[in-house]
Design a protein around this ligand. Sequence first.
Ligand SMILES: [Zn+2]
Length: 126
Amino acid sequence: MRLHGFLRDQHLIAGLGRMLANEVCHRAKLSPFANTSKLTRDGAAKVVRAIHDAVEDGLAYERTRSEMSSSKDRPGRVHGRVGDACLECGAVIRSVSYSNYTVAYCPACQTDGKLLADNTTSKFLK
Ligand SMILES: [Zn+2]
C-alpha cells in the first residue's frame, strides 16, 4: 500500500486527512508513494514520530484561535504550498494527482529529486 493512502485510510489510522498525510510524508522524508510493506523499522518509526509532530503542531495552531480553522487555512510545510520553496531545503514543492486527490511533496526531501508521475499522465512519461 502507498504511504499516503495508508495514512488516509480511516480503518487503519483515524483522523488523518489529506493535509496531514502530506505533512507526515514530508516530515518523515518519505515518498508519499512509498510502499508501506517495504518500510524499514527506522522508516516506520519516522512515520510515527511525524504523525505525532504534525498533529501536535496543528493542535498548537488551533489553540491560538477562538474558532477551529479549516484544513486549507492551517499552516503546512508542503500542503497548500505547491510552487513555493521547501522550508527545509529550498526546492520547489510539487504536486501529483493520484486516485482523484492531489499529493504535495518536496522532491529533494522525499524522493531523491525524482518527480512523481501522475497516474493520468504516467503513460506518456515511461
Ligand atoms: Zn525539501
